[in-house]
Design a protein around this ligand. Structure first.
Ligand code: 5AD
Ligand code: SF4
Length: 481
């Protein structure tokens, strides 16, 4: 990994046009301003990032934090900070509403906090209507950027510090992937690693392809370099991230399958657990199932969104599989990896969903026996094909189906997720339990949480735990000495 010495960047010269050199120049430049301000205030300058949405966004927030720390900002939890950043999500309407709610709050804070800067980034900013609303109703926002140009944050901050105007920099699409920028990891022992960006699937309800752009895979060398670096730095578990990891590598100059990439990652010393998300059922290959079957490190967990159990609706959703082919795929995976835990995403109330379609969904979840399922009420996203479809489901009907689905999911997952009761399992210890400071919390290979008594020094290590009791979606256990 390339390192840049911030003290050796000549700020009297013009910035490089090459990336990432250009951004390191701006980091060094902002650092001077922040240092001067901090001396004037007699305290460090602070930042606070609030992340909405998925693991992609969490990973992006780590990149933002990495840049801000290099500039000299110190992280705090409170939004009463010198630099407040909202990394937004727009996959469902309520995610947008939450951002407007936070903006209302922070706008008032800013009136009492001289020099406070507010930035908005992430998927919601890729939508013209949201940006228009912010420009007209939330004039106090200082910087708006999107999902393609996070790497440019220092440059945008510099422009804002020079100009005092709202800075808006939004890219519609790009092939560019900038490597070797700063990075601030939340945990020492586990890390998310992007392997690809964007999505080409255009499921008819989903806004993601419009806001995250076309599919781009990172070069395998860059991914492997990053993971080797993480392993040296103490990471034992990595989560490979992409909107559709199963189509990794298709657009590389030298195409490579996701299964091959996993085999290369498996060889990296120090990495004990490999996770990935999200898998699209249509692209899950036999090669991948075989690699999972023989792997010592790939976790026994597959998140395999079904969205609906109705073949009729799946076609309209543009998912490119049927109820039957999905169930066959599940059988094939279970035959190869019998103890795998399966989780899923389900949408209720998609336009035109009938009682019969919904019963197909209930049928699939009973047949698969998921360990857990994320259930969503369909949310109309302007610009997607589904938003213009006829037969939008009445809210009361959708709500009622949602409740029925949730009850069924809870019943099924409590049974599936409890099947390891009274066995000893490997647990990666993650933290002190949020509910009880006497307990540690860790995860099984299949991603289920376990709480047990033990010393804080075990955090970040993999230990044997006897699973005393299943509590539905987590276990209580005892450390095996
Ligand atoms: N409405 C409801 N849920 C949605 N998802 C994506 N788009 C929508 C939408 N318009 C869900 C899908 C996806 C998950 C990340 O979000 O289930 O898998
Ligand atoms: Fe959206 Fe479908 Fe792409 Fe997932 S695969 S991000 S649901 S378009």
């Amino acid at each position: 990994m390339l390192e840049f010495d911030l003290n050796n960047i000549d700020l009297t010269k013009e910035p490089d046009i090459q990336e990432p050199q250009r951004q390191w120049y701006y980091i060094a430049k902002c650092r001077e301003v922040i240092k001067a301000r901090s001396e004037a205030y007699g305290r460090p300058l602070t930042y606070c990032i609030t992340t909405f949405g998925c693991q992609m966004n969490s990973r992006d927030s780590e990149k933002i934090a990495g840049i801000l720390k290099q500039i000299g900002y110190v992280e705090i939890e409170s939004e009463d900070a010198d630099f407040v950043i909202y990394n937004t999500c727009t996959v469902r309407e309520n995610a947008n509403n939450r951002v407007y709610g936070r903006l209302g709050y922070v706008g008032k804070l800013k009136q009492k906090h001289p020099g406070m800067l507010i930035a908005l980034c992430g998927c919601m900013m890729q939508e013209a209507s949201a940006v228009e609303k912010i420009k007209s109703s939330y004039r106090f926002v200082d910087i708006i950027f999107g999902t393609h140009n996070i790497f440019k944050l220092a440059e945008l901050l510099q422009i804002r510090l020079d100009s005092k105007r709202m800075v808006i920099d939004l890219w519609q699409n790009t092939d560019m992937i900038v490597e070797n920028l700063p990075n601030d990891r939340k945990y020492q022992f586990k890390a998310g690693v992007n392997i690809m960006f964007g999505c080409n699937n255009f499921c008819s309800y989903c806004i993601v392809p419009y806001v995250r752009g076309r599919e781009r895979s990172r070069n395998p060398e860059d991914i492997l370099d990053e993971i080797e670096g993480l392993a040296k730095d103490g990471a034992v578990e990595i989560m490979l991230l992409g909107q559709n990891v199963n189509s990794y590598g298709k657009n590389l100059e030298a195409p490579m399958t996701f299964a091959k990439l996993l085999q290369e990652i498996e060889k990296i010393e120090g990495i004990e657990r490999i996770r990935f998300m999200t898998s699209h059922p249509k692209d899950l290959s036999d090669e991948l199932i075989d690699v999972m079957k023989h792997s010592k490190k790939i976790c026994k967990h597959l998140h395999l969104p079904i969205q609906s159990g109705s073949s009729r609706l799946l076609k309209i959703m543009n998912r490119k599989y049927t109820k039957e082919s999905y169930l066959e795929l599940v059988d094939k995976i279970r035959a190869a990896v019998p103890d795998i835990s399966l989780t899923t995403d389900i949408i209720v109330g998609f336009p035109g969903e009938t009682e019969e379609d919904f019963c197909d969904t209930l049928d699939v979840i009973r047949k698969v026996g998921y360990d857990s399922a994320f259930t969503f009420l369909y949310s109309k996203r302007t610009g997607t094909p589904a938003a213009a479809m006829e037969g939008q489901v009445e809210e009361s009907v959708a709500n009622q189906r949602f409740d029925r689905l949730l009850k069924e999911v809870q019943k099924i997952s409590a049974k599936s997720a409890g099947k390891d009761e009274h066995t000893v399992q490997k647990v990666l210890v993650e933290d002190i339990s949020e509910q009880d400071s006497e307990l540690l919390t860790g995860r099984l290979s299949n991603n289920i949480l376990v709480h047990f008594k033990g010393s804080k020094s075990l955090i970040g290590t993999i230990v044997d735990v006897y699973l005393d009791e299943s509590k539905g979606f987590y276990y209580m256990g005892s450390l095996v000495k």
